[in-house]
Design a protein around this ligand. Sequence first.
Ligand SMILES: Nc1nc2c(ncn2[C@@H]2O[C@H](COP(=O)(O)OP(=O)(O)O)[C@@H](O)[C@H]2O)c(=O)[nH]1
Ligand SMILES: [Mg+2]
Length: 697
Amino acid sequence: MKVYDAASIRNVAVVGHGGSGKTQLVSALLFDAGMVNRLGKVDEGNTVTDYDEEEVARKHTLSASLAYAEWNKTKINLIDTPGFGNFFSDARAALQVADGALVIVDAVGGVEVQTEKAWAACEEQQLPRLVVVNRLDRERASLERTLENVRLTLNRTIVPIQLPIGEEKHFSGVVDLVAMKAYISANDGSGKVSEGAVPANMAEAANSAREALIEMVAEADEALMEKFFEAGTLTQEELVKGLATATRASKIFPLVCTSGLANIGAQALMDAILSYLPSPADRPFSAVANGETVSKTADEKAPYAAFVFKTVADQFAGRITLFRVYQGCLKADSTVTNATQGTPERLGHLIALQGKTPTNVPELKAGDLGAVAKLKDTKTNDTLADKAAGITFAKIAFPEPVLSYAIEPKSRGDEDKISTAMHRLEEEDATIRYQRDPQTHELLLAGQGQMHIEVTVAKLKRRFGVEVLLKPPRIPYRETITARVEAHGRHKKQTGGHGQFGDCKIKMEPLPRGSEFEFVDDIFGGSIPRQFVPAVEKGIQESRLRGYLAGYPVVDFRVTLYDGSYHDVDSNELSFKTAGWLAFKDGMSRAKPTLLEPIMNVEIYAPGDNAGDLMGDLNGRRGRISGMEARGATTVIKAQVPMSEMLTYEQHLTSVTGGRGSYHMEYSHYDEVPNHLQTKIIATYKAERGQMAEEPA
Ligand SMILES: Nc1nc2c(ncn2[C@@H]2O[C@H](COP(=O)(O)OP(=O)(O)O)[C@@H](O)[C@H]2O)c(=O)[nH]1
Ligand SMILES: [Mg+2]
């Protein structure tokens, strides 16, 4: 396979809401560029980039994957990314190593929650973008409506450089407004495109759209603006150059029209990628040198420096490391330095990836994306760099897990296998955590949501042959008190020689939500000697964390230690710690303890038709609806709902909306659990673990 230099490469991340047709469109690009000899279909499970068994089974992209299309002597590296919120961190990783993005918008649904997220992530990276209005062959698809919708919601200068020829199932090609030519796709899926004149019935629309385009391009540049005022228009050459410059500067976002499934607009899209999106040579990159951010260019003569943006745990090939070479060259069969860890790594074959299919390459030059198998220690976010380069790269910020499930091996003795496999999966996916709960000794798997956890468990089974049971996630309940009380703890034991004696009196009072715990030392006159006060506090601290009602930490209260007594010989720290614990227990028995639960802020995006059903359901989940608004065809519902009621929400939303809905949620605050539910939670706890431990640890 050929080696490409920076100017003949485009690194393009394909992002957008799940189901907008990203994977199908990438499939069409690869087919039209002659990389594969059939048009793979998501629905048939044979696309290049959804190759993972789990992706095929679910018909959803779950993980970013790399492919390339050679088009007009240029290598377009395509990173297909997942659209769903649970897996969005992979899209972020892709955007970090791309020089441009295709933001895919469904021509019926318009901008959805993940479209907005992807757009915002592109803004953070100041990434040049093409807006791709896709699935234009569908019933009710409309460029006009979608254009209005993207302009309104994404709030940037988005301007069509194409118009669709034919509507809905008659969509058959595009008019290129720059060249003023029509490109009609053969309707036999062969990928053949015939070039022709703009259809007569579209001439007027095309002319006025072209004028609008010229005006926007002129507005983005002062020199062009002057020419535009003088001549009343721009020359073809000025338009092409001006559009490329404005796109690369993220001043203008050209909009193109496609259908991945019907294979329409794919070749014109690749032309647009080449003409308007920057190559690595056009776009300086940032790195860190001596703790400071520096800007550099893709110089293939410089010492090598590459950044690892993804790791795949392949069951046969082992670990596959995906990277971008930013400067210099990486060569096959050489030794490089992992600058993050300060260790050498031996590179074997370097590969270009077409989905899961590797092709060996002798070297990868500055600007290119590639992979290598079987590295020893290198992980995602590491820099491979020559010492002489003196740089590392900023790490991708992966989100912390939000939801945690206990897992249990189906067959006894599988625990070691699970932990080996989980560590491999943790390397591949930085947004999961696997650990043993220090208190309950349960195995915990934490991730970004229910679907994420389920997919991880499915991978465990398919790739590593270990089956686990998922137990319902533990809700992080809290306990608190609702009454002020005075309490007494007295510990006295006489066993042979030395005895034990500790005695304390405390006040307990509720504090506002979020105050956690306060301890006030109010001892005067030495009724408890100074050195024993911390022991009392420790006894109370430890027992409040073990909980009183149902094993959850007691929060939002103050303890004031105001009196006590001691014994010259028998008093020691342990005795006062025990006295503190006894006082706490005594206080809790009368302080009217209650349970608190986490309440989430939830935002739901769904087709307007489903709004009524979804609101009714939210009431059933003890939700409080705080707002509802229409954004195009989408309704956004905002509500506060207890976390415990949201655990099964994903399935519900998917079934009500036929997969069109999505939601996200974040922690808001703690609130009291209704009485009848408290009784259940406490009963479950008692059944599981028996009464509260009688002795402090
Ligand atoms: N009608 C139509 N359906 C499409 C098109 N592209 C994709 N689809 C369908 O939309 C669904 C989602 O496509 P996919 O490529 O997986 O979307 P992704 O989640 O954005 O990668 C699949 O059922 C596809 O067959 C298109 O251009 N037209
Ligand atoms: Mg996909």
